[in-house]
Design a protein around this ligand. Structure first.
Ligand code: KIV
Ligand code: ZN
Length: 512
């Protein structure tokens, strides 16, 4: 199986992401991680552009071993000499010389004729070869360039000693078939092409950078230029993790392998995201938060029975924890039971699980995603539950500046449904007065505590109360995204505990 070289340009093209600037220490740390990832080539920077870039390339060349260290240069002697100087300490160094291939670039940007561009490229590649054996040559904007000119230009680069020909889709304009055909034609038409590597460098303006890179591999490219998390100029570059995992997962299609240590992918992605301050979208392939998360009941049921029902690669292969079941609106009973088991509640009986599942489903109507902490709290409340003499049906309240808080509460018992209204010092106090009127039990509130389960605006509020009633002390607990409702539930819990411990209570009068 043929080896595809992975050329990482996170530190050069990736650093061209708007708003991203890495310091030398960060670049060295990322370069060391790229070495652990076992990329073939690290494009460490563009030394002529600043002293900082020069220093970073030089230190990476000195301190990072394993990958070839590459420095970028235009077709100008000063650029090439600066790149060569920065690369001196490298065990293996490459100079990447670039110009442009399209009419629009030649006329408006370089302001050079085709012959002048060819001449400058010839001289520059020759000069670069005086410093290193490994020289890459690129003409920007190949996908909008005339084929005949590209054949002459790249032919000249080979003649001057280039060892890798990179064919950039600088503006992300190419379509997969078209780009593959370009690579194939250039390989056929450029004299000497059989002795060099062909490389892809695709930008993602139309979301096709990875597809185009893979198509190029199918057409004979043996090097892919890419960045971690796909960062880079404008819409970014082909994403390294996606290219690598596509080649890995679909070897049957591509018939190629990379030398990437895929278990380092996730860690590298996190590091680059943190250091560059560019968040990874949750739905990003391979490294996004949701890439191995299953939410719908049908999917969860499938992966519990057999992971491969909905996973084409394992999370561990890319250095992540095994696929997670996200407990939300669409989760099914089976996934809920699995989560309970994972949380250590495997021994719960079916009817308890059913009650908990209902409480969980009610919660998903109020809360976007239900956390383990939420489920744990539900279980704790449920397992401490005594027989439900009183069930809270509804609680309504009104309170605000310059008004007396008032609450209306409806409870059901075996004997009917009861509603009472009351005022209080605050909405919770009003609710408690209304509940006391229904239950007709003497209660003194001794302690009231509220805490948030987890964080966020929709976090569950957990209320615990301690009351005394006729010489007995009782605790109650309530859980809800609405803190007044949680307070009411805690009090109803108290009423139920009192009822469970009291032989007989005077039944209240049913509201007609
Ligand atoms: O996108 C591009 O064309 C480049 C070149 C310097 C290779 O980044
Ligand atoms: Zn680029």
């Amino acid at each position: 199986m043929a080896h595809v070289r992975i050329f990482d340009t996170t530190l050069r093209d990736g650093e061209q992401t708007p708003g991203v600037a890495l310091n030398t220490a960060q670049k060295i740390e990322i370069a060391k991680q790229l070495a652990r990832l076992n990329v073939d080539i690290i494009e460490a920077g563009f030394p002529i552009t600043s002293q900082g870039d020069f220093d970073a390339v030089q230190r990476i060349a000195r301190e990072v071993r394993g990958p070839v260290i590459c420095a970028l240069a235009r077709t100008a002697a000063a650029d090439i000499e600066r790149a060569a100087q920065a690369l001196e300490p490298a065990a293996a160094g490459r100079i990447h010389v670039f110009t442009s291939g399209s009419k629009i670039h030649l006329e408006h940007m370089l302001r050079k004729s085709e012959d002048q561009v060819i001449e400058a490229s010839l001289e520059s590649v020759r000069l670069a070869r005086r410093y290193v054996d490994d020289v890459e040559f690129s003409a920007q904007d190949c996908t909008r360039s005339e084929l005949d000119f590209l054949v002459r230009l790249y032919g000249a680069a080979i003649e001057a000693g280039a060892t890798t020909l990179n064919i950039p889709d600088t503006v992300g304009y190419g379509m997969p078939d078209e780009y593959a055909a370009l690579i194939r034609t250039l390989r056929e038409r450029i004299p000497g092409a059989e002795g060099v590597h062909f490389s892809t460098h695709c930008h993602d303006d139309l979301g096709l950078a990875v597809a185009n890179s893979l198509a190029a591999v199918g057409a004979g490219a043996t090097q892919v230029e890419c960045t971690i998390n796909g960062i880079g100029e404008r819409a970014g570059n082909a994403s390294l993790e996606e290219v690598v995992m596509a080649l890995e997962t679909r070897k049957d299609v591509w018939g190629h392998h990379t030398q990437i240590a895929t278990r380092e992918l996730y860690r590298t992605s996190r590091m680059v995201s943190m250091m560059t301050g560019t968040p990874v979208p949750p739905n990003k392939a391979v490294v996004g938060d949701n890439a191995f998360a299953h939410e719908s009941g049908i999917h969860q049921d499938g992966v519990i029975k057999h992971l491969e029902t909905y996973e084409i690669m394992s999370a561990e292969t890319v250095g992540r924890d095994a696929g997670v079941l996200v407990m939300g609106k669409h989760s099914g009973r089976r996934a809920f039971r699995r989560t309970l088991e994972d949380l250590g509640y495997g021994e719960l009986e079916d009817d308890k699980v059913n009650t908990l599942f209902k409480a969980f489903k009610d919660l998903t109507d109020r809360k976007q995603s239900v956390t383990s902490e939420d489920i744990r709290a539900l279980v704790e409340v449920e397992t401490a539950r005594v027989p439900q003499t009183y069930v809270l049906e509804s609680v309504q309240f009104q309170s605000g500046t310059n008004m007396t808080p008032v609450a209306t509460v409806r409870l059901t018992t075996d004997t009917g449904s009861y509603e009472e209204a009351a005022t209080g010092d605050g909405p919770v106090d009003a609710v408690y007065h209304a509940l006391e009127r229904i239950a007709q039990v003497p209660i003194a509130l001794e302690a009231y505590e509220i805490r948030s389960v987890g964080s966020g605006k929709d976090a569950l509020g957990e209320v615990t109360v301690r009351v005394s009633s006729e010489g007995r002390s009782v605790h109650g607990r309530g859980l809800s995204t609405d803190v007044v409702e949680a307070s009411a539930l805690a009090y109803v819990d108290v009423l139920n505990k009192l009822a469970a411990g009291v032989a007989r209570q005077t039944p209240p009068v049913a509201t007609p």
